[in-house]
Design a protein around this ligand. Structure first.
Ligand SMILES: Cc1cc2nc3c(=O)[nH]c(=O)nc-3n(C[C@H](O)[C@H](O)[C@H](O)COP(=O)(O)O)c2cc1C
Length: 398
């Protein structure tokens, strides 16, 4: 299954801002995700980055001039406008924002922008005082009212030395927002609760019992659900992954904290997807001080943690409940037993311990087990792709 961006015709508009160097990386990431990208640069953008760089990375001619002396090139902006699935202007100068908001078409990029009918994603980047000026704010308001999408600039210390909003977001975040704006909003008005990551059960203040769950699967599900318009809450155990855009993230450590956060949020959720690898046991009496080395063996007593999934299954009303089963053997039997025992609508089973599947990997090889007893084995694919297929199947079952 493809990513949201794969095979999409994306036009990258580059105007003359200091952040133009970041649009090179943006182009690279879009091409890497399988997009067909064409670049249109303003004349001033060429002071910052050369067209040759974009030409080499996109493997397409770059448009820099409306009046190129060549038949094909001179109508290029209309042909590209008709084929485009999305346009992203990054960086967008105060100047191009002003021109687009008032319908000025005096160069290749501004003329092209009036000819497109697809979503236009504007990424303003400039000095903080310029960004906060009444003129720029007024123009951005006009662009929003005209149906264009604005990716808010980040705050920080800018190249010009001022501190405040105006910095172009990182290319990964711009790609993320392009995927969001390109996605069908088939989960609009749905509240989705996702859990992810491991839990940590303290043995003493400096040690814990845990597992190698990276949180990648749950974060992929949260991201995919947000792209599709859902109101997403993600409860996650410790992971190094950054918060997904526009998702309410609750970070917890232990199974007890996970249970508390889940039960606080579960009732008003329409769809609950539990990818977290919650510990089944915790040390019975964790030491309050660091346990010192001693001669001989040491016994650690464990007690059961609450079975959160089972409890949600018991309380479930008009909700869709999805669980994950990571197994080392007898996947079919274990997954099916868990699905019935916990009253799940779908269980996603995978065999862990293979490089392309399970903990920590970017890909996963899963089988979906449904309530009617049928199964759907999927080939190895990216966790984002697994997330989208799972959401497709959930929607089909509602
Ligand atoms: C070194 C330098 C850096 C600039 N950086 C920015 C910037 O980050 N954002 C911006 O809106 N304008 C910036 N400008 C001003 C624009 O280049 C100028 O307004 C130009 O007319 C924009 O033309 P364009 O929108 O057609 O590319 C910068 C100018 C210089 C000389």
């Amino acid at each position: 299954m493809k990513t949201v961006i794969e095979k999409k015709n994306i036009i990258l508009g580059v105007s003359g801002g200091i952040a133009a160097y970041k649009s090179v990386e943006l182009l690279r990431l879009l091409v890497k995700q399988g997009a067909n990208v064409r670049v249109i640069m303003t004349e001033n953008a060429q002071w910052f980055v050369g067209p040759l760089t974009f030409e080499a990375l996109s493997a397409q001619p770059v448009c820099t001039d409306l009046f190129e002396k060549n038949d094909v090139a001179s109508i290029r902006h209309i042909q590209w406008a008709e084929a485009a699935d999305a346009v992203v202007i990054a960086p967008a100068t105060a100047n191009i924002i002003g021109k687009l908001s008032s319908g000025i078409a005096d160069d290749a990029l501004s003329t092209f922008l009036l000819a497109v009918t697809c979503p236009v994603i504007v990424c303003p980047s400039m000095n903080t005082h310029m960004f906060e000026s009444r003129a720029v704010q007024r123009n951005l308001e006009t662009l929003r009212a005209d149906g264009h999408f604005i990716v808010a600039p980040e705050s920080g210390t800018l190249a010009c030395g001022t501190t405040g909003p105006g910095r172009l977001p990182e290319p990964e975040d711009i790609v993320d927002r392009i995927a969001y704006y390109l996605s069908t909003k088939d989960l609009k008005d749905k509240k989705i609760l996702v859990t992810s990551g491991p839990t940590r059960e303290p043995v003493d203040p400096v040690r814990f019992i845990s597992n190698p769950s990276s949180g990648k699967m749950g974060f992929a599900v949260a991201r995919a659900a947000e792209y599709r318009g859902g109101a997403v809450t993600l409860i996650t155990g410790p992971t190094h992954l950054p918060d997904p855009n526009n998702v309410k993230v609750i970070r917890i450590q232990t199974a007890r904290e996970m249970a508390r956060a889940v039960f606080e949020n579960v009732e008003h959720s329409d769809i609950i997807i539990k990818t977290a690898a919650v510990s089944d046991y915790r040390p019975k009496d964790p030491a309050t001080q660091k346990i010192k080395k001693e001669k001989g063996e040491r016994v650690l007593y464990l007690e059961r943690t609450q079975d959160i999934l089972k409890e949600i299954g018991r309380r479930k009303k008009d909700q869709i409940l999805v669980g994950f089963a990571a197994e080392t053997e007898n996947l079919e039997q274990h997954a099916e037993t868990k699905r019935v025992e916990k009253n799940l609508d779908i269980i996603v089973g995978n065999i862990v311990g293979e490089p392309s599947s399970g903990f920590g990997a970017d890909t996963n090889k899963v089988t979906l087990f449904y309530k009617d007893g049928t199964q759907e084995p999927l080939p190895v694919m990216g966790k984002d792709a697994v997330a989208h297929i799972l959401l497709d199947r959930i929607l089909k079952s509602t």
